[in-house]
Design a protein around this ligand. Structure first.
Ligand SMILES: [Zn+2]
Length: 218
């Protein structure tokens, strides 16, 4: 039991937020829907109003997980040269790079197009599914940190651009047959961007630690 219940209640109701730009600590305030809270000193954006709805993000992430599985299971592209057809999936391409002594590139492609997107999707599902069911996922703080560090490493859109350029060049001397995985990757890139846009960190904290009844959380 806290010796100063009033103080403790105030702190719980109005968390302290550090400005990303100038580190000034400020108490959170309630923000109207669509509104933005800005730093008192530098005017930097502190946070946006919470949507309080995680369902659209969860739906996008689950759809992205299915597409990610399809994109990795099926051939990404087939090449036909003089009647000989060669197909490969993404992991096969990574293996080919590895075997051709391009190991740093193989590792980078594996990291940015397979491992990090997989970890990102797994973490998002681990986070959002229990919250949807009304439970707080174990290790929430650690998971949020993992999510922040994984995010910049997922580079599927860069990979997609690279593939398009490579395919256009390859059409000069081989017949290029786009595989199911290529279309899946294209849609997956859009889904991941939509999921990232609809994901609001404050919604997660609000759902995990709901404000007491009658209080408006910023
Ligand atoms: Zn500031």
């Amino acid at each position: 039991m806290s010796p100063h219940p009033t103080v403790a209640k105030t702190i719980t109701a109005r968390p302290v937020i550090a400005c990303h730009e100038c580190d000034l600590l400020q108490r959170a305030i309630a923000v109207p829907p669509g509104g933005v809270a800005r730093c008192r000193r530098c005017g930097g954006e502190l946070y946006r109003a919470a949507h309080r709805r995680l369902d659209p993000t969860l739906a996008l992430v689950l759809a992205a997980a299915v597409l990610f599985a399809v994109a990795n299971a099926f051939p990404i592209v087939g090449l036909e040269i003089q009647g000989i057809r060669n197909v490969t999936n993404l992991f096969g391409a990574v293996q080919a790079l590895w075997n051709q002594e391009m190991r740093p590139i193989a590792a980078l492609v594996f990291l940015t197009t397979i491992l990090m997107p997989a970890v990102n999707l797994a973490v998002m599902i681990y986070l959002l599914l229990p919250l949807k069911l009304g439970r707080r996922p174990a290790g929430l703080t650690v998971i949020m940190r993992v999510l922040q560090s994984v995010k910049p490493w997922g580079m599927l859109e860069v990979f997609m651009l690279g593939i398009i350029v490579a395919l256009v060049k390859l059409t000069h001397f081989a017949t290029v047959v786009p595989g199911l995985a290529l279309w899946s990757f294209a849609v997956l890139t859009l889904l991941l961007a939509a999921a990232a846009a609809s994901f609001n960190v404050r919604d997660v904290w609000d759902r995990a630690y709901p404000a007491p009844r009658g209080e408006v959380r910023a």
